[in-house]
Design a protein around this ligand. Sequence first.
Ligand code: GLC
Ligand code: CA
Length: 563
Amino acid sequence: MIKRAWWKEAVVYQIYPRSFMDSNGDGIGDLKGITSRLDYLKELGIDVIWLSPVYQSPNDDNGYDISDYQAIMQEFGTMEDFDEMLAEAHRRGIRIVMDLVVNHTSDEHRWFVESRKSVDSPKRDYYIWRKGKGDGQPPNNWGSCFSGSAWQYDDATDMYYLHLFSKKQPDLNWDNSAVREEVFSMMDWWCQKGIDGFRMDVISMISKTADMPDGKVGEGGIYGDFGPYCIHGSNVHRYLKEMNEKVLSHYDLMTVGETSGVTVEEALKYAGEEEHELNMVFQFEHVDLGNVNGKWNRNPVPLTEFKKVMSKWQTCLKGKAWNSLFLGNHDQPRSVSRFGNDSPKYRELSAKMLATCLHMMQGTPYVYQGEELGMTNYPFTDIGQFRDIENLNAYRELVTESRLWEEKELISCFQYKSRDNARTPMQWDDTENAGFSTGTPWIGVNPNYKEINAKEQVGNPDSVFRYYQKLIALRKEQPIIVYGDYELLMPEDASVYAYIRRLDGQSLLVLCNFSSEEKEADVPAQFFGKGAEVLISNYGRDSADGIGKLRPYEAAAILLETP
Ligand code: GLC
Ligand code: CA
């Protein structure tokens, strides 16, 4: 029997504050903007907001480079604005989970400013410093996630510091107990304020191996892979247990770790019911499908592979740990463009189908802002339209400097995969700038906002928004959706994703056609005829008759009162 918990029954909505709602016309989303839209989220029915970083930051990586963990980014407002937002969310029964970015700080954080001054600085050991190999060579060949070497030379002491992300994001040294104590007391400060949990940024990377050998260079690559030496490092579980004991266990929180590269076996350590680390982790196997030598490609995701990955996580964590369910976030392209079909004909149907497929699984679903509207990728054509450091650096390294890539080819991969696809402003209505801002938005608004926007969808009973609202409501009514077992049907079928959930003498059949053609589904006989109740259908089906024939992108969930 699975232990009940509020965060297992909750639906989370992720807000990327810079792009959500601008209250003062400077083109940048802010906290007052969020507060002004809480009623919209209440109407959608979500329980928890995961707030991407709102702390003081020079914004090299849009807030994932923090210079003060206990201050609010000026562009986003003040601490009073934060307190008001938190109180207003709580008043509506909505919890707020903060983004905890503690693998690294900004290079403008006072710890780093102090650390880089001299080898004797009291904060020297807060970061990871090494001597170069001589001849201007860094300590090893590791590449950063945002292109270039993972090491930055620093004049003041003639040494290099490690940054797995941008050079303005130096990695903290978690082996130093003073660093851990600082982080824990900062977390405690936020908990005292009344926040409801943490999403922990690249938390799988906080423990690095002591010796740092060169990493393997992939085909056509320039730098070595730091993965084996920095991901799921030898002390990561020790540090998380310590964090749990010293902070997390003192409060009623929801915690989710971003753990890229995580396997089921590792996930059971991070999120195992008896491990006292985290509630759940984000795994990335399904969104990384199709990748070879990194993410810049346009490879489609074969449905059979997708089903295999999702089903593995559904069955292997069962009763032992808890899944987080997502198709999109601020680091991924728009889910309907990646996994569905964003053509005018099929956008709505396929967005609803994807939502059905995900929300009927076991785990806590995460909705990324605008996903509930079926927002799509942006029609990028030119490097000047991108804001993301990942794209700008990759372009410089692969096109401008090395000419390893044709410009057209790389932009075409960016169109498909850029994180900026998810970061264009939320589309609120059909007025200028989609109602996001009265000023000039910091990044382009998707030109399709006149057709795709919240105002239209809230008023339209058949909209993607209304469909999400129904899916979220169903989760509150039907324990089988939260706690039922999962079994995959028709694993080899390349177009239909079909599975059954079971709980206490009930079964729930979920059928999703991932293709633009009509498809036959091999539906177990008991689901035909009377007694089978259609819980939700994106074609407005009210009976299960003929459910064996699925129309393009059709999805349905059917409940039966027998096992
Ligand atoms: C995580 C964040 C991403 C950020 C990176 C560095 O992957 O989700 O947006 O760029 O960590 O903090
Ligand atoms: Ca603003």
